[in-house]
Design a protein around this ligand. Sequence first.
Ligand SMILES: [Zn+2]
Length: 267
Amino acid sequence: MYKIPLFDKYNDKITYGISGRTNGVSQGEYDSLNLGLHVGDNSNDVIKNREIFCSSLGISLANTVCCEQVHKTNVHMVTSADKGKGAYSLTDTIKDVDALITNEKNIPLMLFFADCTPLLIYDPVHEAIGAAHAGWRGTVGDIAGKTLAAMHKSYSTNPADCVAAIGPCIGQCCYEIGNEVSAEFINVFTNIKKTINPVDNILIKKGSNYHLSLYNANKILLIEHGLLPENISPDTPYCTACHNKEFYSYRADKGKTGRHCALLCLK
Ligand SMILES: [Zn+2]
């Protein structure tokens, strides 16, 4: 399992997990620990996989909350009334939402990925957590900042107190983008004044097209919103396309693939 050393310091307070794609029951292109119900896999296999993953962490799938993940930036504050939403079915998942926050214990927040960026945030001062799905649209729409703002509004979270993890996502090595996407990133990130040039750091031109670093873009946004750089893990990005034997990759698997998850829960 993918480790986040910064989070391991808080293992009496939080449970976290980022799944891989092995040791599950799904077949074919979903081989084998596919956790996404929306990708055409057998639902019973997906639920079995979710149970395998949750029990490996010692948590309850029945308490777990999922959201629709529509590449937007809406954040939902999860309470005990939401327990189990999206855990066994798409019909009751939390609609039109790409980030979940909560300050209630024993409610795992579980989001799904194949190249998009998992963001996990823990506020140890106010005992609150957030989990977000940041593809390129969510990233350029600043779902990192919107999740932190929602945690501030609901739980008085100060980003300077938080630790965050940027999970495995498609790396700059493998993520060629079109001009329309690069233009949006240039537009947003030229207005961010850091000591480094954010645009130089997130876009590299190779041939006629840019390659995007979702990792760098989200890291810059977390820092811009007040996270301390030393409180963001890992130090270097981990590419899902280069490592598509270990993680699902929409690009490397040419669109037909499963989903791994990022999960965070207060104990
Ligand atoms: Zn790569």
